[in-house]
Write a protein that binds this ligand. Structure first.
Ligand SMILES: Nc1ncnc2c1ncn2[C@@H]1O[C@H](COP(=O)(O)OP(=O)(O)OP(=O)(O)O)[C@@H](O)[C@H]1O
Length: 260
């Protein structure tokens, strides 16, 4: 079993007005086999946490730590993080012109595993995973994400997740822009990866919609760069009913004058 541990993480970004602290002491422990959901209102820092785990250069860790089985993730390059078993599906996947999906998948798999996958089984695995995610065979020869619809990009991300077999997956707004059928197909892909028992998932979302299909054991509510409450799946249900007002200082009182 592996453990991803985030301890008292503080993260800032450079803005034109100077340094701005976005994460203000986040602590989380995720083990393989577990699914954790991070929920919170717009701007609470959820994507910042995902980008920091991924090693995006815009975000500066001012204190705290991220470790994977005790190894310092913050010391690792982006490539090293992938090789260590971290997978990040971003809110806005990038296009890679001139690189076909087939080449990209095989090159990335080789880089992550440190050896090329055996061609015959690999081709079969890719085809089977594409079929299950209902990705048309034509996509294999298309350039990565170029001209893909929002939903197609998300399916392709989950395709990578299934083929790369990471220890930990961070899924940022994987539900955004998906119709109900696509949401089901994508969720099933995540669940298949999960069923191996060898992956831990950190699922970042605004809505409980995806949580009908992917069941988290742990739910963390994020507000203003901090975890303000933690619980089980029942917490997600409560958020669906009540929203985030109870956590946002002054949300109720601010609304009153406007309503008068
Ligand atoms: N480059 C930047 N310059 C200025 N502010 C930034 C920058 N990047 C992030 N922020 C601010 O940091 C805060 C947290 O943003 P983040 O995207 O992490 O929130 P989020 O919880 O993922 O939001 P959403 O649910 O809307 O995607 C926001 O107030 C955002 O405006």
């Amino acid at each position: 079993m592996s453990t991803l541990e985030i301890k008292d993480l503080h993260v800032s970004i450079e803005t034109e007005q100077g340094e701005k602290e976005i994460l203000k002491g986040v602590s989380l422990v995720i083990k393989t086999g577990e699914t954790h959901a991070i929920m919170g209102p717009n701007g609470s820092g959820k994507s910042t946490l995902a980008s920091t785990i991924a090693g995006h250069p815009r975000y500066t860790v001012t204190s705290g730590s991220i470790t994977l089985d005790g190894e310092d993730v913050l010391e690792m390059s982006v490539d090293e993080r992938a090789r260590a078993g971290l997978f990040l599906a971003m809110q806005y996947p990038v296009e890679v012109p001139g690189v076909t999906m087939t080449n990209f998948l095989r090159t990335a798999k080789t880089a992550i595993d440190g050896e090329a996958p055996a061609l015959r089984t690999w081709t079969k695995d890719v085809k089977a995973a594409m079929d299950q995610l209902r990705i048309d065979a034509d996509f294999a020869q298309r350039n990565v994400n170029e001209g893909f619809s929002g939903g197609e990009k998300k399916r392709v991300e989950i395709l990578q997740l299934e083929l790369f077999k990471p220890k930990f997956a961070v899924l940022d707004e994987t539900d955004s822009g998906l119709d109900v059928d696509a949401l089901k197909v994508v969720s099933e892909g995540v669940n298949r990866a999960h069923a191996t028992g060898n992956m831990g998932t950190l699922l970042i979302t605004h809505y409980t919609r995806i949580l009908r299909y992917i069941k988290p054991e742990f739910v963390h509510v994020f507000v203003d760069g901090k975890v303000v409450e933690q619980g089980g799946p029942e917490l997600a249900d409560r958020l669906e009913d009540e929203g985030y007002d109870r956590y946002v200082a002054g949300a109720g009182s601010a609304a009153e004058p406007a309503a008068v």
